[in-house]
Ligand binder design. Sequence first.
Ligand SMILES: *Cc1c(COP(=O)(O)O)cnc(C)c1O
Length: 354
Amino acid sequence: MDIELKPAPVKKPRVEDESKLGFGKYFTDNMFVMNYKEGVGWHDARIVPYGPFTLDPSALVLHYAQEIFEGLKAFRQEDGSVALFRPLDNIRRFNRSAHRMCMPEVDEEFFLHALKELIRVESDWVPSSKGTSLYIRPTMIASEAALGLKSASEFLCFIILSPVGAYYKNGLEPVKIWISDEYVRAAPGGTGDCKTGGNYAASLYASAQATRNGYDQVLWLDATHRKYVEEVGSMNMFFVYDDKVYTSPLRGTILNGVTRRSILALVEEMGLEVVEHPLAVEDIMEGAVNGRLKEAFGTGTACVVSPVGQFTYKDETVSLGNGQMGVLTTQLYNTLTGIQYGTLKDNRGWVLSV
Ligand SMILES: *Cc1c(COP(=O)(O)O)cnc(C)c1O
């Protein structure tokens, strides 16, 4: 399939001060769009000016949330070129989410080509100051106009781009985490391992509660036992416990993070023991007090690595690391961002030049 190129004739003014970019506030001049119709397949691939869609009020996505998305980044390299980090991993996960949500898959090669084409058109939007990047949001929605509950026969797929600022403005600040004993995010057999809108809508209530009480993030426990720690809002969790590195196993209730996979590879290369086994909430709370829990951090595309400084569960609060970031957390952050920005050698084939 060819991609029709009809970019915006006039460019928007740039955000000159990259320290003001924030996250997801600004969008580039153009977007990639294609349509799907049962019996026809994907068609009308195009790069067109960024702007609103016309959707029928009965479009199925607006009622039954048949929707999936992805999040990845393009990084400005020291030599001025632009590189993507493990983009095929994101495209494959997009297709796994599509499959689970009864949506049509995209052709991996074609979608990567479309992604690169769009970034080439928008390459001067990739910011260059330290810690900044171009955030990429591929999305698919059920666009068919019909009110009955069913899987749609028409879909819209698009990719939008947003220049984003450094996640950490004043160095990596450890976050305060609230462990929810009341609400759950994902149950076995559900859609916890898909990036689908409904998961996030369902998490907002507990997040709002956490924010109101002065916490940064909610840490979810498993829905069955309300005992094992799973993940936070949009990050997988890691714990340095008894000098081993623990993270939740992939059993369908947590997202299979690309950052998680990258961190696991780095940790193994460092010769540390990795345990993909859930820790119980008691292990976290007691471990922070008796010293068995040395470090805890979240991982995700937006933050890369986010150190945890405090956990609250029921009425108890425990601290980790005296407000400092752990040694391993720091090392992993520096290594992964070094590979992404091209200051460290990539000998794993993770970085793809645009
Ligand atoms: C996106 C996401 C992550 C992190 O995945 P990455 O591929 O590392 O960005 C973790 N948990 C949830 C729930 C997510 O939505």
